[in-house]
Design a protein around this ligand. Sequence first.
Ligand SMILES: Cc1ncc(COP(=O)(O)O)c(C=O)c1O
Length: 388
Amino acid sequence: MYDFDKIIDRSDTNAYKLDLREQNFGTDDLIPLWVADMDFAAPPEVQKAIQNRAAHHIYGYTIRKEEFSSAIVNWCQYKHNWTIQSNWVEYSPGVVPALVFSVLAFSNEGDGVIINTPVYPPFYSVIVNNNRKLLKNSLVDKDGRYEIDFELLEEQASLPDTKIYLLCSPHNPVGRVWTKEELLKIHEICAKHNVLVLADEIHSDLALFGNAHVPFASINKEAAMNCISFMAPSKTFNIAGFSTSYVVAANNELLKQYQATQNRLQLHMGHLFSGVALTSAYNGGKDWLIELTSYLENNILFIERFLKEHLSDVTFFRPEATYLIWLNFKQWNMSQKELKRFMISDAKVGLNDGTSFGIEGEGYLRLNVASPLSVIKKALEQIVEARR
Ligand SMILES: Cc1ncc(COP(=O)(O)O)c(C=O)c1O
């Protein structure tokens, strides 16, 4: 019913993915499969709601009414079987800004924050740029499926200055959906050592291949009281340009402290279209998301088959969530510099540099599969051709 095969020209829209090619790769002449947004039109319900509101020509200060939080409450129930209350929810201008507010609210300069690397690059900057101590908990690669080093986590959590564990769930870029058992282990360790869990669940609606995302705060009551969850419809419905995300905290003390920091920085207003985009996506986008999910799965299965046939020395773990795949080029025995040069200059395909997620990313590039299949196919063919 929805046409994900359609190629939509994104030029002249100031799209990061296109217009920063020159800055990022040194050339515009490549297929951009990097930044994590999609080359698909947002759900028609969202387009319509935005157009309707835009047709009223006064764009003054705007509030978010009850319908904003009730759309979130209903969505969490529908999508994750997670029962929350509307007074647990606070708007935020973005997940990354919300992580910054939380780091400021719940730790002091010099305190430790744990992250599982390789990981989404702002996880580093959120910590380091706010003068907190970065505690790297490298994920353990078990034949492409990454796992958490719980022994190291316990050691790091037990350090007296460790205040926060910043969890990426599902994980970008390694594509893991953490199981309830894994989340329970995280909870036990963090609760024992009084470490607050910040759960970035922005990719939670994009669990694939029958995997089910488990919200960290849903595993038990104690975990819910020791956690803030960060969510958004932005990845799910391709509406990142609207700055529309939110935090959920069952623990009112945590929520109040979060709000105090966001308000202190005067960033609680948001903008007019964020509420329109979120409510229309959550209320009207269910069918669209079901079709999107199977389109993404199909793209991933295609890539899997294609690589087996034409580039069997490039491998990846089939992601349990996200439209991002973590391609392993280690068998090519190239330096990261050579690998990047090959991809940019020879293959003319724009992928994210694995090392931008951490040193563990040496030998990897991240591919965004949220494009029409014909574009993905062309990019893969260019890689094969360049490799001949
Ligand atoms: C794990 C993770 N968190 C946050 C973001 C971005 O969030 P926002 O645009 O709401 O700041 C991304 C985008 O790729 C992400 O992968």
